[in-house]
Design a binder for this molecule. Sequence first.
Ligand code: G1P
Length: 308
Amino acid sequence: MAHTPDAHPQLKSEQILIMPRPIRRAILPVGGLGTRFLPATKAMPKEMLPVVDKPLIQYAVEEARAAGIEQIVFVTGRGKTAIEDHFDDSFELRETLSSRGKTAELESMTAMVGRPGEIAYVRQQEPLGLGHAVWCARHLAGGEPVAILLADDLVLAGKPCLKQMVEAYQETGGNMVAVVDVPREQTGRYGILDVDKDDGRLVSVKGLVEKPAPENAPSTLSIIGRYILQPEIFDHLETQERGAGGEIQLTDAMARMIGTTPFHGLRFEGQRYDCGDKVGFIEANIAFALEREDLGPAVRERLRSYIS
Ligand code: G1P
């Protein structure tokens, strides 16, 4: 819904015209098989893998909430019910923590559970690609711009990555992705930007390529799993065109919007860990543990002994 002068009488009409629509909904695709982490992911969703003591998916949900997201849609698949249980009330656990006087644990468990109706679930029946997963949530997006978070990408930052994006989006409107520079030999793992203008923080984009070989990559700026997209993305996904790897790619649908919708990459402040990769996942565990007041000193000490 566009803002009207009546709803915001304090704003001048020219401000109202350029004010981007707020981001209230997030889509979290969690249908992937997680084959890279077998056997750990045989009976457990890869999104439930813990970094220190919290599953990857909880970091993503907390980041969404911190950015002002009010409604979350999980695109799930077979074998993913542990995610639904994780964000549900557990009467037995609540009773046990309460009777043992474990107040801090009880509070953190309660905070995690969604408000009634906050979280919705839709299933992706076939693993046809990220674009297809997002398209499965089209009826729950309410015709509004949406945030998309991929739980595999974990960001350690003072201000959560999606919040940084929402703030930048207030300036730019349109579509936005979070980006990081990667070594050229890694372009084949990510969506890569064809850069138009670059001010060091915001990059305006003239093209996108999904997983190009290093010699064909238009830059080394790669998309991480954080997106803000206008609702027209669903029209572009509707065509179900296959792209890299024979999959329906979100990157291709986004690329088709360039020219009609402003498109920016944001070099966010913080460190991204690619937890879809074993080394990245181990590194995330170390980095997040070192950040913790209760664990950092002991972990640092142990690491020293390994290195020496
Ligand atoms: C997906 C996207 C890719 C993006 C990446 C970020 O790839 O298709 O453009 O760079 O996430 O993690 P996937 O990791 O699903 O292969």
